[in-house]
Design a protein around this ligand. Structure first.
Ligand SMILES: Cc1cc2nc3c(=O)[nH]c(=O)nc-3n(C[C@H](O)[C@H](O)[C@H](O)COP(=O)(O)O)c2cc1C
Length: 185
């Protein structure tokens, strides 16, 4: 798959097989992620990789309760309220692995640094035939003391990018893009 194909075919994947992702494959994704630029070349990234099914289920449950109690600012849950309230609903879509990219410091560009690494990681996953999806709904809970403890990052760290990874069951259909709004300034 060439570079353009990778960019144009990456999709948010929400259905996975039960097949685990190997440690080697997960390390490759982290290696691709750290090729991202970072402000003042800080390279502040920490990658928490969760593969234990019980821990993944616990994260989904705790994050669901947190989202309902503290909906992300500016996000109207709407029908998602019912979805999240459903005890059967797994915020992590049954994925066999969750990679959380955190910044070791809460510096001025912590979010930008982690988001850039996240896109690299998701594109690398696509190139390797893996699916991925950023799960913003667990971010709030990951930022709590309990969340940070679950992904084993220090209290001073800032968890930014939770990304599930696994083998897709289907190729998701493309979500159409708006034409870029360009201002020739
Ligand atoms: C910051 C961020 C948070 C997201 N949070 C979620 C989420 O909690 N659950 C989910 O299913 N998808 C989530 N997504 C995936 C988006 O819904 C998805 O990228 C978007 O619909 C476009 O689809 P595509 O990635 O297949 O092109 C998130 C994406 C981003 C960038």
């Amino acid at each position: 798959m060439d570079f353009e194909q990778v960019i144009y075919s990456r999709r948010a994947v929400r259905e996975y097989t039960r097949e685990p992702v190997s440690e080697t494959a997960l390390r490759r994704l982290a290696d691709a992620a750290v090729q991202a630029p970072s402000a003042t070349n800080e390279q502040p990234w920490i990658f928490s990789i969760v593969r234990d099914r019980a821990t993944l289920a616990r994260i989904s449950e705790a994050a669901k309760a947190h989202v309902l109690a503290h909906p992300p600012a500016g996000v109207v849950l709407g029908h998602l309220h019912e979805v999240v309230e459903n005890p059967e609903f797994d915020l992590l879509y049954g994925a066999p692995a969750l990679i959380v990219i955190s910044s070791a410091t809460q510096g001025h560009w912590a979010v930008e640094n982690c988001a850039l690494a996240a896109e690299n990681l998701m594109l690398a996953a696509r190139a390797d035939g893996l699916g991925s999806c950023w799960i913003g709904f667990i971010q709030g809970w990951l930022g709590t003391a309990e969340g940070k403890a679950a992904i084993k990052v220090p209290a001073v760290a800032l968890p930014v990018a939770p990304i599930i990874v696994g083998h897709p069951t289907v190729e998701p259909t493309a979500v159409p893009r708006k034409t870029p709004e360009i201002i020739w300034a």
